[in-house]
Design a binder for this molecule. Structure first.
Ligand code: FAD
Length: 356
């Protein structure tokens, strides 16, 4: 079967790209290897700015509304900073991702439940090998997540956080808890998840995350359950966007924020940009994609710089949270501020707290 575009992976990145491409009139096949709806390890936290990127009908998917956050240091001390607005929302990834895929099917995408195996270039098109046969496409979009086969075939292996997470009972409803001081570069979280909570930890280092989660749970009286692990890839310099007429986005491209590992917002945003790039310059889509994606890349770069400093000076970052960082971070989450502004203005507060 011949398509304009074969999108590999039915997570937020692939669903967003296929939704926008189908709306533009491209003939799109979306390949997903798991039977849908499928489980995805994730805290399911959507920053408020994400809502503007969602198709209509998402409201019933929201399990919790976040109105503030607690910042803790090594489980020893913490403080709560309320937000002026709703800053984030919690969804269950199984339902959320399935909703996005159904929206893209409504827009005209053909869902093929099969595994992507590989590809071969044939003149101006690609032969796409799947577990259920061969497809022909003008373009391939790699949205197959942190362990992307498309990226690997192009020679790219993203790096980033390794993480562990479990879901358990808990009575958090409208706030999140972020704990620093537990790992060298990364953090521990407790987020509400409907009637329960998710507890997780992410790091770029080689700490024993299982031990840390057990220790934290014991300290806070949280019912510990055996966690699952997954990677949260972020760019060390720039995301890998692909080559020729093969484009990458989402975790496959290493497109999560290196400060906290937020990936859904960037995956959805990149899907929209990618569709514009293909429309604008189908002969050299990577060129247009790279240019249109600059604001997103700039945000990831600044988030990385903030992360590098905040995790190096964790006690200073903890103290900064009280009077500068959290309130301003909320502004980033709702889309009133960029990481760029947070980074430059944060220097004054950082120096003040460093002196203290
Ligand atoms: C523990 C944890 C907590 C997180 N918490 C948050 C959070 O609260 N908020 C946030 O914004 N981000 C969070 N993230 C990051 C977020 O989950 C990812 O950034 C996001 O899922 C990226 O979407 P994606 O579509 O690129 O990849 P994925 O969601 O991983 O989707 C990839 C899809 O491709 C499919 N696939 C893979 N290989 C193939 C193949 N060969 N053939 C066909 N299909 C294939 C997979 O089955 C999957 O459905 C978290 C991540 C982890 C690990």
């Amino acid at each position: 079967m011949k398509y304009h575009i074969v999108v590999v992976g039915g997570g937020p990145a692939g669903a967003s790209a296929s939704y926008h491409l189908s709306k533009l009139g491209f003939k799109v096949a979306l390949l997903e290897k798991e039977s849908l709806p499928r489980f995805k390890l994730c805290a399911g936290c959507l920053s408020a700015r994400t809502l503007k990127l969602l198709p209509e009908g998402y409201k019933t998917l929201i399990l919790n509304t976040i109105k503030g956050g607690k910042l803790g240091y090594r489980g020893l001390e913490d403080y709560y900073v309320p937000a002026d607005k709703e800053v984030a929302y919690i969804v269950d990834r199984k339902d959320f991702d399935y909703f996005l895929v159904r929206k893209s099917i409504e827009a005209g995408t053909e869902l093929i439940q099969a595994e992507f195996i590989g590809f071969e270039r044939e003149k101006e098109a690609y032969k796409v090998y799947t577990s259920k046969g061969t497809l022909i496409a003008d373009f391939i979009i790699g949205a197959d997540g942190a362990h992307s086969k498309v990226a690997r075939l192009l020679g790219y292996k993203p790096k980033g956080f390794k993480s562990l997470e479990f879901f358990t009972e808990g009575d958090l409803r409208e706030e999140v808890i972020i704990e620093i001081g537990w790992v060298k570069r990364g953090y521990l979280w407790v987020f509400p998840h409907g009637e329960g909570i998710s507890v997780g930890v992410a790091t770029t280092g080689d700490e024993n995350l299982l031990k840390i989660l057990k220790e934290y749970s014991l300290l806070k009286g949280i019912k510990y359950r055996h966690p699952k692990g997954w990677h949260i890839p972020f760019p060390h310099k720039e995301p890998f966007l692909g080559r020729d007429r093969i484009l990458l986005l989402g975790d496959a491209a290493g497109m999560t924020d290196p400060l906290l590992g937020e990936g859904i917002y960037y995956a959805l945003w990149a899907g929209k940009i990618l569709s514009q790039a293909l429309l604008e310059n189908p002969a050299e889509p990577t060129k247009a994609y790279k240019r249109l994606l600059k604001p997103l890349i700039e945000e990831l770069n600044k988030a990385k710089r903030i992360g590098d400093i905040a995790y190096r000076f964790q006690k200073v970052a903890y103290n900064m949270g009280r009077d500068y960082a959290l309130k301003n971070f909320y502004k980033v989450l709702v889309g009133d501020k960029s990481y760029r502004e947070l980074y430059w203005k944060g220097w004054f507060s950082f120096i003040k707290h460093l002196k203290i």
